[in-house]
Structure formats: C-alpha cells, structure tokens
Design a protein. Sequence first.
Length: 426
Amino acid sequence: MTYRIGVVGLGYVGIPLAVAFAKKFPVVGYDIDEERIEGLRNGFDRTGEVSPEELRASSLRVTSQPEGLRGCNVLIVTVPTPVDRWNRPDLGPVIRATEAVGSVLSPRSIVVYESTVYPGVTEEICRPLLARVSGLVPGEDFTVGYSPERINPGDRNHRVHTIVKVVSGEDPKTLEAVAEVYGAIVEAGVHACPSIRVAEAAKVIENTQRDLNIALMNELALLFDRMDIRTEDVLRAAGTKWNFLPFRPGLVGGHCIGVDPYYLTFKAEEVGYIPQVILAGRRINDDMGRFVARKTVKLLSRAGYSPREVRVGIFGLTFKENVPDLRNSRVPDIVEELRSFGIASLVADPLVTSAEAEREYGLTLTPLEEMRDLDAVILAVAHDDYRERGSTFFEEILRERKGIFVDVKSLFEPEHFGKDVLYWSL
C-alpha cells in the first residue's frame, strides 16, 4: 500500500512528526492557524522544534484548509487536549479536528490519534463522529488507531526517531499498517498494544507518574522549608544512593504533566472510582506557584520591606526552561498571588513576545534592561540565558545589591551571593 499522510495540528508534536514523515512519504500538514502556516512556509517554526534548514529542505506541504488533506489515506491527529477551568477534559480541539478529517475522509483510510485522551475516546467519541461527518462505514470504509505522542519540548536528545513508538489499531490489519507507517521513521522501534484503550491508558499514566513523583518532591520541599533545611542539599545527599530517583521540586505546567492526570481522574470517576493519590498530587503541584509567592512575601517582611513599596522581578514565564511554550504555565499563579498582597510584579522572559504574554495571560512583559532596582528576584524558569548571565547579574539588578533572591529551580548556590542578599530556593 502506498501511504499518503496528513498531519492535523502543527504544534510541538505535529511539526517534527510531519517533517520526519516527509522524508519517507508524501505528507500534507494542516493547521487552522494561518499565521502558523505562513511562518512554516517561510521556514520559521515558532516552537523551535524544527530548524529553518530542515523546513526548507523538507518536501512537506502545509495548508490552513481541510481540503488540502483530501487524498491522504493515513490521517494523524496531533492537536492539544487541554482542561477547562474546572480541570475537566476539553475535547473541543480533538472534536473539531475530527470533523475536519471527516469532511475529507476517503474510503480505505486510517485515522490515527496522537492527542492525549482518556481510555475510550478514540473508539467511543472520535470513530462515530468520523462516520457521521464522512458518511462512511466505520470498520469497512475506514478504521482508527491510536499512537500517543511522546514529544518533550526543547529536548534535543529524545526526538521522533529515537523514542519507542506505542501503536495500536482497532483490528489486526490496522495495527499492522500503523506499525508499518511509524516503523518507517522511528529507529527505536514500535511497541504494539493489544487494544486502543491500552495505548490510551499508557499515555495518561506516563505523565501521571511524573506528576506524582514531582508532587512528592514538592511536598518534601514544603516540609523541609518548615525545618529550615534546603531541599536541594537533601536531594543531593539522597541521590548518592544508586536507586534514588532524580526528581526535583518545581512548578508543574505545560500541555502534558499538569493536564494528563485530570484526563485519567475524569474517567476514573466516570466508572465509579475516586482516585485519591493522583488528585492529592495534583493539588500539591497546582498550589506551588502560590506557595512561592507567599514565601517571597514572608521573606520580604522578615527583611523589613513593606509589600506595597517593593519592586519584585519575576524571570521566566514559559512552563519549562528553554522552550517558548506558555501553555498552563504556573508563573501567572505567582503574579496573581503577589497581587493579592498588593505587590505588582514585573515579568521578563527572553523566549516570549509581549503579544503572546498578553494574549495568553493578560500580562505585559518588561524588557530585561528595565529589570533594575529590584527588592526581590524570583527566578521561576531556569532558562540557559539566565544561567549564562550568572549570579552576579541578578545581584547587580537588586537595589544596592541587597534584597531577596528566590531560586525556584536551585540554579545557583547561596554562596554565589553577597551577605546582603537573602537567598532561598524551593
């Protein structure tokens, strides 16, 4: 069979996947964001996952119109799956993408979902919707599969071709075809699941496990703070044991770790089980931004500052270091909590434009050169840019080289600062 591939959604997951497939097959990439499409046509990937050279050399065709997907017989959906304000799964993007695919679906096609969902979504929601929109008979005219994405934004070591790909299909023939398609580009190989539901479940527990491990570290950080013990020192000591897992406390955001557990807990409650450990971990991680803000206020008060008169600078807005992704960042929690104490903070991030910050969170970014005469610095995201500037840079932007330095990710050490700087790390 000759495969003609359509990739639906050209974000952090879709664009590296589409470029990889284009080395082996005819590929069309579709995204509803016309600005995004125009940028890709000009060799610019704002996610930073694909270089301009790779884009210009690729045979990938991109479009903002669903009609451009017509004729593709393997359609891969890689759109985001966020949660709403009540932390319930928001399947809107997947449903809209499914409708777009259904409008151009041709007989003898396979539709594969990579978006994170809870077990059952692909077969119980997406498959019937494809049939209704296309008018085709599921299982006869088209089939579905699921192959969860494992992209780690900003990671230059774990790429599409180096990560084992989990694959599944609604029947043996579909599974064989899905495995063949992905096997053509994934050097690490594929892992075939016995069912689509197994593959869906595997995806949500991968990030739930990380979420819980980080939640444990965050809870330990809360405990050790009360004991006046630096958590990083404890973890370094414990890390000398061969089987101690190297997790660290921090702000947990992004499109995966801070979201996927809610998909699993939603389904758990639907089948009559109330998950306790998973939700406890989520509560701890979701509150860490507010805890950092409250700790900053306490440190300022201890040092004799009046909250309403201080200048606090927050460095970093993205959900993780060295990526421009703002989705589900917990830094705005710090901003909002400080505001509740009457503190209007300044926020800077070298990887984000003011337009993006305004659009996503209603925040106005401050240029780095204006982050001066601060009474407190909160280093929220450990960008390489900040590491390279060094502790001296941050000490110099504090008013008279004294004040509070809150090092969320322990990028520096207390001894890197002078005696007039009160250093604290999570």
